[in-house]
Design a protein around this ligand. Structure first.
Ligand SMILES: CC(C)(COP(=O)(O)OP(=O)(O)OC[C@H]1O[C@@H](n2cnc3c(N)ncnc32)[C@H](O)[C@@H]1O)[C@@H](O)C(=O)NCCC(=O)NCCS
Ligand SMILES: Nc1ncnc2c1ncn2[C@@H]1O[C@H](COP(=O)(O)OP(=O)(O)OP(=O)(O)O)[C@@H](O)[C@H]1O
Length: 198
């Protein structure tokens, strides 16, 4: 079973690429989804977050106030580092569990791990190849603002909290250009899958 690590900056188009891959019948492990599951009420990760950031980061119903925590960590590198320290080891653990489940089924020749921070989290070692989705920063920012309704300033803060695309390219086996339309994105994905299956 071949494991493709699909990565790229915020709003570069990973989920869009993942959806194309799912439509082609390829399973996708979504790191963002796992990151949400591990902070559900009652989970130890949420308790640790409360200990570090205070009760102010949870809503009255006990769920994480993601918007508020995001405002804190994406404005302060040290706070982001603390949050990453609490969350990343558990996200990786859960991804490895899911990979092992797929392996045991012996059903899928290829699976995808969709993770924005694949390189930053040093997950390169658990995948066979790294696909990096890239866009020019101006397009990335425009799509981010339109999708999340954030200000230009907040959008830029999030982009800058991640490793620069040029730096990420050093770790990529395949670079997927998402500066054009979705058909162009799909064409590149199909071409790369053909190469893997060859
Ligand atoms: C800070 C949090 C609560 C903000 O939640 P919010 O709902 O506003 O954003 P969401 O989780 O949907 O993330 C959107 C995008 O932000 C970027 N992002 C998320 N976490 C981080 C991070 N730690 N460092 C840099 N960028 C990040 C990613 O591109 C991600 O796809 C949340 O992002 C979080 O818990 N992050 C820590 C866990 C993590 O590292 N997740 C990414 C796993 S690859
Ligand atoms: N080729 C494209 N043409 C036009 N819009 C696009 C294209 N690719 C992606 N988008 C749009 O850009 C936005 C960001 O894409 P997407 O959500 O796939 O990014 P992402 O990398 O998964 O983001 P995140 O890291 O935040 O999870 C979405 O609204 C998506 O519909």
């Amino acid at each position: 079973m071949k494991i493709i690590g699909l990565t790229g900056g915020i709003a570069s188009g990973k989920s869009t690429a993942s959806n194309i891959l799912k439509e082609l019948g390829i399973p996708v492990i979504d790191a963002d989804l796992i990151a949400r599951e591990i902070v559900a009420p009652g989970k130890p990760t949420l308790d640790e977050i409360k200990q570090i950031f205070g009760e102010v980061v949870v809503h009255e119903n006990g769920t994480l106030n993601r918007k508020y925590l995001g405002e804190i960590v994406f404005s302060d590198k040290n706070k982001l580092r603390e949050l990453n320290y609490i969350t990343h080891k558990r996200i990786i653990e859960e991804i490895i569990n899911k990979i092992n489940i797929y392996r045991k089924t012996r059903t899928y020749p290829v699976i995808i791990i969709d993770a924005a921070l694949l390189i930053e989290m040093d997950m390169k070692k658990i995948v066979d190849v790294v696909w990096l989705v890239i866009t020019h920063e101006s397009i990335q920012l425009k799509r981010l603002i339109e999708r999340d309704h954030v200000s230009c300033e907040d959008g830029l803060k999030r982009i800058k909290s991640q490793m620069a695309t040029e730096e990420k390219k050093k770790y990529a086996d395949v670079v997927i250009d998402n500066n054009q339309d979705i058909m162009y994105l799909k064409k590149q994905i199909e071409e790369q899958l053909r190469k893997i299956n060859r």
